[in-house]
Design a protein around this ligand. Structure first.
Ligand code: FE2
Length: 374
């Protein structure tokens, strides 16, 4: 059952204070074309670029921003690079879940002291816009947490990146910030990674969902949500649970060839407007059957939005003790059934939509069946 595990106390000292998500960097096969998708379909603005034209010889990176969300899309120029081998193994996927900190050296030292595997020692970089310090540690699979200290920097992104000479005209869709980033890990590994976030990064366990909460006829998973002290960074961790057939988490791990980032949830101002616009631009979302809305109207009670709009757009709604939330999930945005996005609007609720799990997973299973993976 869902259990609430944690209440913060004021006496605790946070050894890893975090300001929020700094950026999410993807390793992709063709960054130029991916950047076009995120600009034209999602309304992100190209704010910085690094590549051969800026003196970077081995890669091209496009930095896209909307609200406080920054995505970096990086592709390799050559076959024998970390970027190419990551892309060859995983397909397009998240390499860096980067966190904004005040002190990247202390963040590295405190986490490595507690057992983190180092990826990059604290490194100072500078250009005409100031200086930054970057460090990084490993998390699940080939995914990395990068710590970014940028209080002395006012360039377009980081040293080495330049403002683009010309950027496409874009129309934002109302994306505000990253709400949470979910990791899928191997069977039996969820608690190992929860312990990593607790002991190495000082996170607290917020919520636990077991397979009684999250199980349909076929697909089952277990999930625990960890959060940093101020709640700005939340990393739910999923592992497969026994179902009659292959769970969505197993399908992800099979096609990603290991653990990795399953979905990024983006908070928006007005989910009805955002989803209408994204659908107009061709972004594909999971289908929700009509009977969900008959049941939802009875379960949720009064909401500000029109139930007909939610039904038309396939937006899900759930209520907890503090309010309600609206959410919807895209289909995977790569050829492989790996990373997808959640669009979420919180109206008081701090939870994750437990009341929607069954409808959601039945919808995912319909898609798995179409792919021949159930
Ligand atoms: Fe989510």
């Amino acid at each position: 059952m869902e259990t609430l595990e944690y209440t913060a106390t004021e006496t605790e000292v946070d050894f890893l204070p975090l300001n929020g998500t700094d950026h999410i960097e993807f390793y992709v096969g063709n960054a130029k074309q991916s950047a076009y998708y995120y600009q034209k379909a999602w309304g992100y603005k190209l704010v910085a670029y690094a590549g051969p034209e800026t003196g970077v010889r081995d890669r091209a990176s496009y930095v896209l921003q909307q609200g406080k969300v920054r995505l970096v899309l990086t592709a390799s120029m050559h076959p024998d690079t970390d970027i190419s081998s990551h892309n060859n193994k995983h397909g397009d996927g998240v390499k860096f879940l980067s966190i904004w900190v005040d002190d990247a050296t202390k963040s590295f030292n405190e986490t490595v002291k507690r057992g983190a595997k180092p990826y990059m020692e604290p490194t100072r970089m500078e250009d005409e816009f100031g200086w930054v310090v970057i460090s990084a540690i490993h998390t699940y699979g080939d995914t990395i947490h990068r710590f970014v200290e940028r209080h002395a920097y006012n360039g377009p992104f980081l040293p080495g990146y330049k403002a683009p000479l010309n950027a496409l005209e874009v129309e934002p869709v109302g994306i505000k910030h990253v709400d949470h980033c979910v990791g899928n890990v191997d069977l039996g590994e969820m608690n190992t990674w929860v312990k990593f976030y607790e002991e190495v990064m000082g996170f607290k366990l917020l919520l636990t969902f077991d397979d009684k909460d999250i199980s349909t006829e076929y697909s089952a998973l277990m999930s625990k949500v960890v959060s940093n002290g101020n709640g700005y960074v939340k990393f739910p961790i999923n592992e497969p649970a026994n179902g009659r057939k292959k769970s969505q988490i197993e399908e992800y791990i099979e096609f990603y060839h290991g653990p990795g980032c399953q979905h990024v949830a983006l908070e928006v101002h007005d989910i009805v407007a955002t989803v209408s616009e994204l659908r107009n631009r061709g972004v594909e979302f999971l289908y929700v059957p009509e009977n969900y809305y008959v049941e939802a109207a009875a379960r949720i009670g009064y909401i500000d939005e029109k139930m007909d709009d939610l039904k038309r757009l396939n937006i899900l709604v759930d209520r907890d003790e503090e309010g309600y939330l609206l959410q919807i999930f895209t289909k995977p945005v790569e050829d492989r059934p790996t990373l997808f996005y959640e669009i979420i609007q919180r109206k008081g609720a701090k939870s994750f939509g437990k009341g929607n799990f069954k409808a959601l997973f039945e919808s995912i299973e319909r898609e798995q069946e179409l792919r021949g993976n159930l």
